[in-house]
Design a binder for this molecule. Sequence first.
Ligand code: NAP
Ligand code: F7E
Length: 347
Amino acid sequence: MTKKALITGITGQDGSYLAELLLGKGYEVHGLIRRASTFNTSRIDHLYQDPHDPEAKLFLHYGDLSDGARLVTLLHEIDPDEVYNLAAQSHVRVSFDEPEHTGDTTGIGAMRLLEAVRMAGVNCRYYQASSSEMFGATPPPQNEETPFYPRSPYGAAKVYAYWVTRNYREGYGMFATNGILFNHESPRRGETFVTRKVTRAVARIQAGLDDYVYMGNLDAIRDWGYAPEYVEGMWRMLQADEPDDFVLATGGNFTVRDFVVTAFEHAGLDWEKHVKFDERYLRPTEVDALIGDASKAKDKLGWVPKVQTDELARIMVDADVELLKHEGRHWIDRPTLEDWPTFGTRA
Ligand code: NAP
Ligand code: F7E
């Protein structure tokens, strides 16, 4: 029988790769989308299926993690086998500007979804997008046993979501798993995260469109992996015999500066001529070093990342150089939101 999955955050970086993966595995995929004043499906437009095609397997539904009643209705209607909660206000710097909204969606939103699963009486496996930001100030290497010390409203909200996921597992016997993912990037990464900001800037500077990129703390250490490999790890977690918590990481040790140097060098540019400091990109509290130990995922799930950070930087620069050549074109080629298959209402 065809398996059904519900993905919250399907319009985001990970949601788009996960939708691709699950469709490739023959799943019927349902995505939660928010109403926006402009179309925001560009990461999944290539997965568009004609709504009149009886074989269509991708369905989008309006909803929001702040609207618990809507989540209950949707879970009841869809009756999924797997639920992936990827939706969040996911930007750490922004969480200092919008702490309440971040707590409401990134933290309490997870509880609303878990509670909706329970209230709808759906028998499904649940994945929670937990984060290495929960480790915050605790020094590396970090694994599933490392104590949490979040350093932002975002990190604190993810700690709440982590524990409520464990609580529903232990209290109600739900198959609820936390994937504790270290930074993972791709050409589909949001433009204001540091890797993508840098690779876009490299492409624009090389093309003569910009001269400088303004940045904050270049000394922070991160463990950057390749997003398509990480969504495969999410899927593996829900195929395991038991629900559990797993770290996904490369174990790599790169400063922001190292990433900058690799990206600029790949384009034949001298980074020191183009990178300027702007204190507005600093955070009130910084996470100095995140380096993950994914041994448990390797042993229990057979998950091993192949793309290391230097290769990732080159993949992203190449993609942004290419994208710049075609910029604007996707606005012409894309389907309109009206054309997407949905179960119920349309806006
Ligand atoms: P992303 O690109 O920022 O995508 C976030 C998604 O959440 C978008 O689809 C967004 O919809 C949706 N969303 C935001 N608020 C919502 C709400 N109130 N209700 C419903 N949907 C909402 O994030 P990502 O990089 O793909 O990350 C996926 C998840 O993994 C997030 O939970 C993130 O916190 C977590 N995580 C990410 C990383 C990483 O390195 N990428 C590492 C660890 C954990 P719109 O398109 O409408 O904005
Ligand atoms: O920052 C420094 C910044 O915003 C990385 C999210 O996906 O991963 C992500 O959170 C580092 C920080 O990601 C700029 O201070 C310097 O030390 O790309 P970022 P993040 O904060 O690590 C975790 C695992 C998540 O869960 C989150 O959802 O880079 N940095 N200069 C800068 N960062 C930004 N954004 N912009 C700068 O100009």
